[in-house]
Design a protein around this ligand. Structure first.
Ligand SMILES: *[C@@H]1O[C@H](CO)[C@@H](O)[C@H](O)[C@H]1NC(C)=O
Ligand SMILES: *[C@@H]1O[C@H](CO)[C@@H](O)[C@H](O)[C@H]1NC(C)=O
Ligand SMILES: *[C@@H]1O[C@H](CO)[C@@H](O)[C@H](O)[C@H]1NC(C)=O
Ligand SMILES: *[C@@H]1O[C@H](CO)[C@@H](O)[C@H](O)[C@H]1NC(C)=O
Length: 307
């Protein structure tokens, strides 16, 4: 495990003076996504173009207003409720329209804890799985050309999905999208495995780009408080004293996550909450499941035929 001090000082060696890094944060208005955006601005002394994609415009405005001037002038917010795939299509065109045709770092951390049962959107997807899996997939898929453009320019191109590497479980290939056995446990583990499998396939298709699935560990964010599930909220308050003892601050977590991003090579890497590479530990995929989930997702996100 890298010491926090090592992780902090490591960023200094990341020389980006020859180009202006472009970093996109999907789900970047709160929690770890926000902390990673703020850390990146510190690391680069504000020499960065930060794009925040999220649901909460007020939070984004507050966050951008607090950035140092150099970063603030270049920072942008794109509003998107990514529980609906059509909203993501709109957001992707908006990003293209703003001239974001090259991306060096794409950090996806959008979250929504499961409700007490399946909540279907008018697109037929469960809201939680849409935000935590399908939407992440659709953004990574839709921004692939921009990542390739960074590679072509001889610059880093790295994607990190912050969710739960190593914390997944077996998935039901006859019930992709979890329409039948919906439960908090099932969905949480399935989301983690789906994220593994999607990055595996992206890494196969785009061998020039680095893909990282990270588990941030226990971090003190308000995601459970905002849960639609009374059960989760209750558990959170009951465990609060314990959580506070073991939880890392989002700021410390962000440093470890960046350390993992900068250390990732081409292909897929999986890292735990300490920033360590866990290899294929608790990997619940096969060649078949990677392919079947990919096919299912092309349909579910209405991305078939797209680039
Ligand atoms: C990261 O590196 C920069 C540039 O050397 C340095 O000024 C900054 O303090 C570092 N950030 C942190 C959080 O240590
Ligand atoms: C949006 O962010 C603001 C400012 O941080 C916060 O007060 C508000 O509760 C958030 N709204 C939602 C719906 O989360
Ligand atoms: C989901 O939960 C059911 C029991 O409610 C179990 O039989 C099934 O194996 C679980 N599926 C997954 C993918 O975890
Ligand atoms: C889980 O789904 C399977 C079909 O995939 C079904 O046979 C079984 O009854 C379900 N179990 C529960 C607890 O809903």
């Amino acid at each position: 495990m890298p010491a926090l001090t090592t992780a902090r000082s490591f960023n200094a060696s990341q020389d980006s003076s020859s180009y202006l890094p472009v970093a996109v944060f999907i789900g970047g208005t709160a929690g770890i996504g926000r902390a990673m955006a703020e850390a990146f601005v510190r690391h680069t002394n504000g020499r960065v173009r930060v794009i925040i994609v999220g649901r909460n415009a007020t939070a984004a405005a507050e966050m951008i207003a607090a950035l140092p001037l150099a970063a603030r002038e270049r920072a942008e917010f794109v509003k998107c409720d990514m529980s609906l795939m059509r909203n993501i299509d709109v957001a992707l065109s908006e990003l293209a329209g703003r001239g974001i045709t090259k991306i060096n770092y794409l950090i996806v951390s959008s979250g929504l804890l499961p409700a007490n049962g399946r909540q279907e959107t008018d697109e037929g997807l469960d809201r939680t799985i849409a935000v935590v899996y399908y939407g992440r997939w659709k953004f990574i898929h839709g921004l692939q050309d921009a990542l390739s453009a960074a590679v072509a320019a001889g610059e880093p191109a790295k994607v990190m999905s912050v969710l739960a590497a190593g914390e997944g479980g077996p998935i039901d290939l006859d019930d992709l999208g979890v329409k039948k056995n919906y439960s908090l446990m099932n969905v949480t583990r399935t989301d983690a495995t789906y994220n593994d499998l999607m990055l595996e396939k992206f890494a196969q298709l785009h061998s020039e780009v680095s893909f990282v699935h990270a588990y941030p560990g226990v971090v003190h964010t308000n995601v459970a408080v905002n849960s639609q599930s009374w059960l989760l909220t209750m558990i959170y308050y009951l465990l609060y004293p314990v959580v506070m003892l073991v939880a890392r601050s989002p700021e410390d977590c962000a440093e470890l996550m960046w350390y993992a991003v900068h250390h990732s090579g081409k292909g897929l890497a999986r890292v735990n909450g300490k920033g360590d590479d866990i290899g294929m530990k608790n990997w619940y995929g096969t060649e078949e499941s990677v392919e079947r989930l990919w096919e299912h997702t092309l349909d579910a996100t209405k991305s078939r035929g797209a680039a």
